[in-house]
Design a protein around this ligand. Structure first.
Ligand code: MGD
Ligand code: MGD
Ligand code: SF4
Ligand code: MO
Length: 705
């Protein structure tokens, strides 16, 4: 017997559509076949993660019932009992310590409906100011830069199809070949059409193999490099003066600043010499059309916001935006990294990108929710700052929904210590993640095969994901968990939903008139049209594929240059910690690996964490290939296997982020926060490395069993 389910990949922001065909055999075993479905982003392609995503969703490890921890051990309980325990604990903690003693921590894999509801749940059911989400570590620098420069943050300002038509592409700190693999054909086609590709990355990644010019930058110095590029563009008259005059503000100040810089200083900082800076600046400056893409390599630094703004300066100075083949892309990460940042799970936001501290915005959303504006709390703090409040015991109870913060936060040891101090931790997840293992109560949530809802992909296209496969055991949708809990807290009237579409109908109205306006989008339309770009205020009108054609989103219609002053990176190598460690992703694993490590096919590709190190550097520290090494920073250390490769800078090592515990790169990362967006300085930590000796290995075996 056969059954087939149309859905979307649960992983990255491309949101490839797929069909999962289940063949049920007479012995009750099932086998699965996966087909890519046509769609405007991946055009039917799937990468290895998408093809194997069904494996974790169908894994025996899936949570099936709520689990309550008593005397250190989990036991299954009913939903009734679980909801009672949570409501009792939350209410007791709030009555003793105030409404803000309970915090909520969401994620960018949640559907728009669940993310919207999490924000509403915080403000209406719990009335706590403390709600934030993992996108803080992901999109916050690019998002805040887009808002400041353009007046609006949407991942791509242009449809993907325009990539193929552009003459010059800058890929800064983005490894599309491993992180959004099904988009690579757009870039290879652009190259076939004659485009010049410039890659900025400390490693020769699969993406960098595409480059005509590869700037192998020192981690944490992109801001200086972008300033150097602008200096050459200005010096060699490659700007677009009429665009600057008619469509932007603030160029003069930037001009004065970059003119004062010396390329030799920028070389000293970035490791990129004057000739290469000039070559890249000319390629971008002289091209008639060009696009710049940034991702976490540029953004996850203490100056991530300003680094992105410096790249946006290049776009504005050359007038390369608002027309075909000209624009910017913040390469969004998680499946709903885009929608997840629009509808209110962020500490300072309300739906539709409205601001919780803005009186008009509060009044509007309060009217949609049927509460008094004064009853809405004020803004809270960012994800890592929430962990600081947990550590300080200002936050006493926490509900984590769709994130694994004890692995993904910087300075993970501190975060773990904080979570242990909580009076009550609830985690809603698919699995017993590292964070769920620490919880007092764990709730089983539904996965992509089972959970219908909308997600907004990196282009800003809203997509409806099917989710018809029955959930395992008693797993519930995230939005339902929130609704059920709200009812237990006496707020049922505000959370009356019986399906995702009803929530979307409310979200449409709540976002109406906001920057990310979804009012014109309906489920019926999404079923008909495959996807709709926001902003889409009109049910009969099209969405906006290309942004900023005539005006930017600031009140005066103009874009803003930023004087982006560069300094040294958050942490630099010194005698004690002589190397710089950066980090990121591998093709076959996803984020903290909770899902992909439960897929046998994906796990088999990469079984354990590694450290990429240059052979000459390895020799200096007497490290052989494939040896276990300890990588230590001022904050903590991890044990990983060395992988010698000449593709990385000699002064840099790279450790992926897909493992927890003793292999967790975040044991060592730096929680220094960007002042504008509170992005942690994940990608530059000074470290020392050493191969483990026999005594270390014996000790390790003893502790790790
Ligand atoms: N396979 C896979 N795909 C994913 C994910 C995953 O976990 N696995 N996660 C998804 C998510 S949530 C996200 S946010 C995206 C992330 O997508 P990316 O941002 O592309 O991924 P990263 O590997 O973190 O970083 C990209 C590149 O930045 C480089 N880099 C490191 N430091 C610096 C620096 O200081 N400057 C510059 N210019 N480059 C630097 C790294 O060498 C790396 O090649 O991927 C999404 N897709
Ligand atoms: N060192 C370092 N650290 C980083 C980064 C880096 O580049 N370097 N990148 C940062 C970035 S960009 C990101 S996005 C974060 C991600 O950090 P996390 O949010 O911790 O990442 P995930 O591993 O996706 O965790 C998601 C959890 O939710 C569960 N889950 C999946 N789908 C659902 C669902 O629909 N409902 C529920 N309830 N649960 C679900 C999964 O099983 C998993 O346990 O990590 C950040 N941390
Ligand atoms: S991981 Fe991304 S590129 Fe790969 S199939 Fe899933 S959505 Fe598509
Ligand atoms: Mo991300």
């Amino acid at each position: 017997m056969q059954a087939s389910f149309d859905t979307q990949c649960p992983f990255c922001s491309v949101q490839c559509k797929m069909r999962v065909i289940e063949e049920k055999h007479t012995d009750r075993r099932s086998t699965f076949k996966i087909e890519g479905l046509p769609n405007a982003a991946s055009e039917g392609r799937l990468c290895v993660k998408g093809i194997n995503a069904y494996q974790h969703a169908l894994s025996r490890d899936r949570l099936q019932k709520p689990l309550l921890k008593t005397d250190g051990a989990f036991r299954e309980i009913s939903w009734e009992a679980a909801l009672d325990v949570i409501a009792d604990r939350f209410l007791a903690i709030q009555s003793e310590h105030g409404a803000d003693a309970v915090g909520l921590y969401g994620g960018g894999s949640l559907t728009n409906e669940s993310a919207y509801l999490l924000g509403k749940f915080a403000r209406v059911a719990l009335k706590t100011r403390y709600v934030d989400y993992n996108g803080r570590f992901c999109m916050s620098a690019a998002a805040s830069a887009g808002v400041k420069t353009f007046g609006l943050d949407r991942g791509l300002t242009n449809p993907l199809s325009e990539v193929m038509k552009t003459e010059c592409i800058v890929l800064a700190g983005t490894n599309i070949a491993e992180c959004q693999p099904t988009l690579m054909p757009y870039f290879t086609k652009a190259k076939e059409n004659g485009a010049c590709v410039i890659v900025i990355d400390p490693r020769t990644t699969k993406t960098a193999e595409l480059a005509d010019i590869h700037l192998k930058v020192k981690p944490g110095t992109d801001l200086a490099l972008a300033n150097g590029l602008l200096k050459v563009i200005v010096e060699e008259n490659m700007t677009d003066p009429s665009f600057i005059a008619s469509r932007t503000n603030g160029f003069e100040e930037v001009l004065t600043y970059v003119s004062s810089l010396a390329l030799s200083d920028i070389w000293a900082l970035t490791g990129i010499d004057e000739a290469d800076i000039r070559r890249a600046a000319r390629a971008f400056g002289r091209a008639a059309t060009g696009m710049i893409f940034t991702a976490r390599g540029v953004e996850q630094h203490r100056d991530g916001h300003m680094a992105v703004r410096a790249f946006l300066n290049l776009i504005l100075a050359t007038g390369k935006i608002g027309k075909p083949g000209c624009g910017y892309g913040a390469v969004t990460g998680q499946g709903n990294g885009q929608g997840g940042r629009e509808h209110g799970q962020k500490a300072d936001q309300l739906p539709g990108y409205r601001l919780i501290e803005n009186a008009e915005d509060r009044a509007y959303v309060a009217s949609v929710w049927g509460v008094a504006p004064d009853d809405l709390p004020g803004k809270g703090v960012s994800a890592y700052e929430m962990m600081e409040l947990v550590h300080k015991r200002d936050i006493r109870a926490l509900l984590v929904m769709s994130s694994n913060p004890v692995v993904s936060n910087p300075n993970a040891g501190f975060v773990e210590e904080g979570l242990r101090r909580l009076d009550f931790l609830v985690v809603a997840d698919l699995f017993l993640s590292e964070t769920a293992l620490m919880a007092d109560l764990v709730l089983p949530a539904t996965a992509f095969l089972e959970n219908e809802g909308t997600l907004t992909n990196l282009e800003g296209r809203v997509l409806l994901r099917g989710g018809d496969r029955p959930a395992p055991g008693e797993a519930r949708h995230d939005w339902r968990i929130l609704s059920d809990l709200a009812a237990r807290l006496g707020k049922k009237a505000y959370f009356p939903y019986s399906n995702a579409e009803e929530i979307f109908e409310e979200l449409r109205v709540a976002s109406k008139g906001g920057a990310s306006d979804y009012f014109g989008i309906t489920y019926a339309r999404l079923k008909r049209e495959e996807g709709v770009y926001w902003p889409c205020p009109d049910p009969d009108g099209p969405g906006s594929a290309r942004l900023f054609e005539r005006k930017f989103a600031h009140p005066d219609g103009k874009a803003s240059f930023a004087k982006a002053v560069h300094e040294v990176p958050g942490e630099s190598a010194d005698e004690e910690y002589p190397l710089v460690m950066t980090n990121g992703r591998m093709l076959s694993h996803y984020l903290t690996g909770v899902q992909t490590r439960r897929s046998p096919t994906l796990l088999a590709r990469e079984l354990e964490n590694v450290m990429e190190i240059h052979p000459r550097t390895a020799e200096r520290y007497r490290i052989g290939d494939g040896e276990l090494v300890r990588v230590a920073s001022r904050r903590g250390s991890m044990i990983v296997r060395s992988r010698l490769t000449a593709d990385i800078r000699e002064d840099t090592v790279f450790v992926p982020m897909h493992w927890g515990g003793v292999q967790n790169v975040n044991n060592a990362t730096n929680p220094l926060l960007d002042p504008f967006c509170k992005m942690p300085d994940f990608k530059t930590s000074a470290v020392r490395v050493r191969a483990l000796n026999a005594a270390d290995l014996a000790a390790l075996r003893a502790t790790e069993g």
